[in-house]
Design a protein around this ligand. Structure first.
Ligand SMILES: [Zn+2]
Length: 301
């Protein structure tokens, strides 16, 4: 049963066409299956999150005419009631209790992010350091034998990520853990992401298996294709020219985003699609898309 899915943008830049495509796919799959939609704005990285980008998320959803069932209804409601800033204490408690249960694989690490260079296979595990604000991060040791298999694709967590940061040195929860824990806690049953997040999914599944997060292990995942810019690069939030805020400013309508979503879903005459309602009439295509792209992970272990 698909009960709950979520639209989960990060407010660290203006929303672009690729994000909107993801929102449309989530929306249409949810309404087709009667799953509820939660708006889960991931402002975990408080240094990069900005009010103007939170506002932009609400403006974009309004422009796309996509509604949701749970979560904040506007920027002020979000900042007051839903921001991760209010959840840091709970997340820290959860992480400490997991540390108590897994003392041999958790450790404090003093290496700087720059020194780590993305993938960390460091030695701090041997040093037995204290966890200290601004001085150490809390890490999870990953074994060499750490394959996660989703359908016919697999990721070795050890070589893709190395040891995983759970709590940042700057004293906030890591994106990967916070995102995972809230999906576990809210019992999210359908997660729809761009294909660039396939490895992230694998990483979160690795943690979910280790920590016994049974809800997350039952989630259905869909990783969809991305939109590229005219140079063939992935759209990036930092590139303002791609932003939908600039589309709106120029009076551009979102029709082509709905067409692209319809094309991905497998609607034959996708160029005739203009709205969410048009996609929702394509029931067979939506069923087929879910059947052929839904990755159920419980069978993967
Ligand atoms: Zn270290």
């Amino acid at each position: 049963m698909l009960n709950l899915t979520r639209i989960a943008p990060t407010p660290s830049g203006f929303i672009h066409a690729g994000n909107a495509l993801n929102f449309i796919l989530i929306y249409t799959l949810a309404r087709h299956t009667n799953a509820k939609i939660e708006l889960k704005i991931d402002d975990i990285d408080q240094n990069r999150s900005k009010d103007i980008y939170i506002e932009d998320i609400f403006e974009t959803l309004k422009w796309l005419r996509l509604d949701w069932d749970l979560g904040a209804c506007n920027k002020n409601d979000f900042l007051k009631n839903y921001s991760f800033a209010h959840k840091q204490k709970i997340l820290f408690k959860v992480i400490l209790s997991l540390w108590r249960k897994n003392p041999d694989i958790f450790y404090a690490c003093k290496c700087s992010r720059k020194g780590i260079n993305g993938i960390y296979h460091g030695d701090c595990i041997k040093l037995n350091l204290e966890l200290e604000k601004e001085k150490t991060a809390l890490k999870l040791h990953v074994d060499n034998d750490s394959n996660i298999i989703l359908r016919n694709r697999y990721v070795n967590i050890y070589s893709a990520f190395g040891d995983i940061t759970l709590w940042q040195k700057e004293d906030f929860c890591s994106y990967q853990f916070a995102s995972l824990f809230l999906d576990e806690d809210h019992k999210t049953s359908l997660i729809v992401r761009g294909d660039d997040l396939f490895n992230s999914t694998a990483l979160q599944l690795y943690m979910a298996r280790l920590f016994g997060f049974e809800n997350f292990l039952q989630t259905t995942f869909i990783h969809h294709m991305l939109i590229f810019d005219s140079n063939g690069s992935k759209l990036s939030k930092s590139n303002g020219s791609n932003s939908l805020a600039s589309w709106r400013k120029n009076g551009k309508k979102p029709n082509e985003l709905f067409q692209k979503a319809a094309q991905i879903i497998g609607v034959k005459e996708f160029w005739q699609v203009n709205t969410k309602e048009d996609i929702l009439t394509c029931k067979d295509e939506l069923d087929m898309f879910l059947r052929t792209n839904g990755q159920k992970v419980s069978s993967a272990f």
